[in-house]
Design a protein around this ligand. Structure first.
Ligand code: ADP
Ligand code: TRP
Length: 327
């Protein structure tokens, strides 16, 4: 195949640190799905990234199955997308070490994720600090062109680009510079408290939640205390923020009723609950079925790792040669 005919390479991953939520879906997974035919896609489970904060082996293992089942349940097709588990391809951690050695502490201290983690807990792991180097290795290993992620990951992609440039400058052209793909309207999906939806903030609506869980979370969305007939500003309401994703059909009507004072928060939540439930029900069914067939999930991940391993091995051989450790 001519170079110009080659499809661009897409790479992304999610840490198995808890249940997937609708922020993960809208901000990242939906884009994996949208591009599965257009790009040569490599989607993985970032289990070694999770290790920096998750120390319960049984939990980690369960979460790996869950993220894999989630990828498959939303419709990623293993014959079109390569799905694998990061720890199955040893070269990722090896390359991260090489990047550690050409990166300085002051540079990594600029990371927002590190600063946030440190502000919340002084005893953070070296892995949390070093996280961007493993992520750079994940991306640069496969000469990725496009990395679909949410806004919170933007700086990490910039770190990967900087690291590629630095290595190329020091040892000669080796790595391609990747581009983040961040979709504007879903860059930061808000949680039920209006902050960014995140596993770490306990403000999520899980992607494969039961009806009861969806209801509980939707009815816990934080609002002001305006009564039904009071005029409301849709743009400052946390329920309306989620209607934008799940209630597209009713959106202009809802907006009108908010502004006129023709809807209470309770009714707005009921509509949102029904719409999220309608979205979740079919994929949850798939998810539950997949989780019941663990050996299928294992075989998908093993096949995926076998497919990417030769590329990672070739890249690492080139790197070892360039840095001077190959005799
Ligand atoms: P969490 O913050 O819940 O731990 P992850 O860090 O595992 O989520 O994120 C996995 C992917 O989902 C990343 O690409 C991330 O940018 C995206 N993502 C996570 N939360 C959101 C959100 N609230 N809005 C948009 N994208 C998100
Ligand atoms: N850091 C990402 C997150 O927290 C997960 C991740 C690890 C990733 N390696 C990656 C995303 C490589 C894109 C590309 O969500």
């Amino acid at each position: 195949m001519e170079e110009s005919e080659k499809r661009k390479v897409l790479i992304s991953g999610i840490k198995p640190t808890g249940d997937l939520h609708i922020g993960n879906y809208l901000g990242a997974m939906q884009q994996f799905l949208e591009f599965q035919e257009k790009f040569e896609s490599v989607i993985f489970i970032a289990d070694y990234h999770a290790l920096a904060t998750a120390y319960d082996p049984a939990r980690l293992k369960e979460n790996i199955y869950r993220v894999a089942a989630g990828y498959l349940a939303i419709g990623l097709n293993p014959s079109k997308v390569t799905l694998f588990k990061q720890s199955d391809v040893r070269e990722h951690t090896e390359l991260a070490w090489v990047f550690n050695s050409i990166t300085t502490m002051p540079y990594l201290m600029r990371a927002h994720a590190f600063k946030d983690a440190e502000a919340r807990n002084k005893e953070i792991s070296v892995g949390t600090f070093d996280y961007p180097m493993l992520m750079a290795a994940d991306i640069l290993m496969y000469d990725a062109d496009v990395v679909p992620v949410g806004q919170d990951q933007k700086q990490h992609i910039e770190f990967a680009r900087d690291t590629a440039e630095k290595f190329n400058r020091m040892y000669g052209e080796t790595f391609k510079l990747p581009e983040a793909y961040i979709k504007d309207d879903v860059a930061t999906v808000p949680g039920i408290d209006g902050q960014k939806m995140s596993k770490s903030y306990r403000n999520t609506i899980p992607l494969f939640a039961s009806d009861e869980e969806i209801k509980k979370q939707v009815f816990a969305i934080v609002t002001d205390s305006k009564g039904e007939s009071e005029q409301k500003d849709p743009e400052s309401d946390n329920i309306f923020a989620l209607h934008k994703f799940f209630s597209k059909k009713e959106l202009s009507d809802l907006e009108k009723r908010y502004k006129e004072g023709g809807i209470g928060y309770k009714e707005s939540k009921e509509i949102l609950y029904e719409n999220i439930r309608a979205f979740v029900t079919p994929i949850r069914k798939q998810y539950d079925t997949l989780l019941g067939d663990r050996s299928f999930i294992e075989s998908v991940l093993e096949e995926g790792a076998a497919k990417v391993r030769p590329k990672a091995e070739a890249k690492m051989q080139e790197v070892r040669r360039k840095i001077g450790v190959t005799l």
